[in-house]
Design a binder for this molecule. Structure first.
Ligand SMILES: C[S@@+](CC[C@H](N)C(=O)[O-])C[C@H]1O[C@@H](n2cnc3c(N)ncnc32)[C@H](O)[C@@H]1O
Length: 157
């Protein structure tokens, strides 16, 4: 089993890159993780956000491997506790056998066409985070799930 994380936009600050690298390295102790960073489309401030999201979405969907379990990150999605998220991962490992493809949108979110491809639309909170923060939080939750599955002390349950 492996993870592919597809993100729109860069981590602009050093502290964001360091946090993402730290948690990505921790996840990789358990599973291979490929992070693909796609360029943001320009022009959102001029008002054509629908067109921008559509173009971003088309590029993004080209990177989604076939037969993966697709998790789209969106604040309007399903809220899962960390242990439920870990259960989902463990069930997929034991019975599903599919790799996971996780998608974080850009500053203007994600096109409906991307959400339609989701097996799960996952919310980290009802609050909105920057795409950079969402990436870091997701990586931390992936790492946390790995430690929960292995019954390691990080989660302190
Ligand atoms: C700044 S947010 C986009 C906000 C945009 N206005 C929207 O309505 O989706 C950038 C990306 O970060 C992720 N994100 C931000 N907050 C999130 C949350 N609470 N739960 C899950 N993903 C979130 C999503 O993938 C989102 O597309």
């Amino acid at each position: 089993m492996k993870f592919k994380l597809i993100c729109i936009g860069k981590l602009t600050e050093v502290w964001q890159r360091e946090a993402a690298q730290e948690y990505a390295a921790r996840v990789q102790r358990y599973f291979p993780l490929d992070i693909v960073e796609l360029k943001e489309e320009k022009g959102g401030r001029k008002g054509d956000q629908t067109g921008l999201l559509k173009r971003e979405g088309e590029r993004l969907l080209e990177k989604v491997p076939a037969r993966t379990f697709v998790i789209v990150l969106d604040e309007r999605g399903r809220n899962l506790g960390s242990e439920s998220f870990a259960d989902l991962l463990s069930t997929e490992m034991l019975h599903g056998g599919r790799d996971w493809c996780l998608i974080v949108g850009g500053p203007y979110g994600l096109a409906p066409e991307v959400r339609k491809q989701a097996d799960l639309i996952l919310s980290l909170s009802k609050m909105t985070f920057t795409h950079q923060m969402a990436r870091v939080l997701l990586l931390e939750q992936l790492y946390r799930s790995c430690t929960i599955i292995k019954n390691e002390p990080y989660h302190n349950r």
